[in-house]
Design a protein around this ligand. Structure first.
Ligand code: PAF
Length: 285
């Protein structure tokens, strides 16, 4: 496994990598969810490249950039086990030189959900992903469905900017009790960790109602809120039943609809989602 720290080295290596190249951009502090993306990239491509870069431009001024968990040694060991071909770990100075003034700003779909709650977040995400795509030049790129809006934003950017990259969303990987895997779960103390399962319980409840034929988004949202509010440690930021293309709230819940939520447990902000399916399947216990 090659570990690369400069853009020039990455470009040089790219010329020698077997094609097609699968790419998994990450901010490190890896977990099974990331490794699933790497395995998918390995399965479908001749080479797999992973980037580790805690991207400062996607964090708001009051957010956790400084204390975002980092453990490069552990990450590299995990990536080696997953048979990653190359890891790209650029510096912030090289990714964002002082004279850099260009941003990628995906409009409209970023006005809702995470975009509304975290102004500027998706401008930072789209910009860094575009830069990483330009440097790594992958054929396919893999993203976790846990960040459903991020997947849509990246797909929109790729389509609008005519990038020749296939963007693949990979289903959310969950802990045995249903909590979606996230590097930020490390912030939760044992009591909060237990409370955090409420997101999964709320999704399951919506799924049950949807399976029974409930199609009223306001009622689905209210039931989600009821479950979330039954957990004293959970503070709800939003619940949503949105159109999967525009991310506007749906008037009637339809297959493909994106059910999502953001909830604070203590100081930790958690998100989760599911897609309403034509033939609903219960989430695993
Ligand atoms: O999902 C993430 O970890 C980040 O948003 C990404 C895609 C690596 C961009 O910094």
């Amino acid at each position: 496994m090659k570990v690369i720290q400069t853009i020039a080295e990455m470009r040089k290596l790219r010329q020698r990598l077997l094609e097609p190249v699968g790419f998994v951009p990450t901010m490190g502090y890896l977990h099974e969810g990331h490794l699933t993306l790497v395995r998918k990239a390995k399965e479908k491509n001749a080479s797999a490249v992973v980037s580790i870069f805690v991207n400062p431009t996607q964090f708001g001024p009051q957010e956790d950039f400084e204390k975002y968990p980092r453990d490069t040694e552990r990450d590299l060991a995990m990536l080696k086990t997953a048979k990653t071909d190359a890891v790209f770990m650029p510096s912030a100075e090289e990714m964002y030189p002082a004279n850099s003034v260009t941003w990628v700003d995906v409009k409209k779909i970023t006005e809702h959900l995470e975009g509304a709650a975290r102004p500027g977040h998706f401008r930072g995400v789209a910009t860094v992903v575009a830069k990483l795509f330009n440097i790594v030049q992958p054929d396919r790129a893999y993203f976790g469905q846990k960040d459903a809006q991020q997947v849509l934003v990246v797909k929109r950017m790729v389509a609008d900017l005519n990038m020749n990259i296939e963007v693949i969303a990979v289903p959310t990987v969950r802990e045995p009790d249903g909590l979606a895997m996230s590097s930020r779960n490390i912030y939760l103390n044992p009591e909060q960790r237990k409370a955090a399962t409420v997101l999964y319980r709320a999704l399951n409840h919506v799924l049950e109602l949807w399976s029974e034929g409930e199609r009223n988004p306001a009622r689905l949202r209210r039931h989600m809120l009821d479950v979330l509010r039954s957990e004293p440690l959970a503070v709800v930021e939003y619940v949503s039943v949105a159109d999967p293309e525009t991310l506007e709230e749906m008037e009637t819940a339809k297959p493909g609809g994106l059910v999502s939520m953001a909830v604070r447990v203590g100081k930790t902000r958690l998100i989760d989602n599911m897609v309403l399916e034509l033939k609903p399947r219960l989430l695993p216990d």
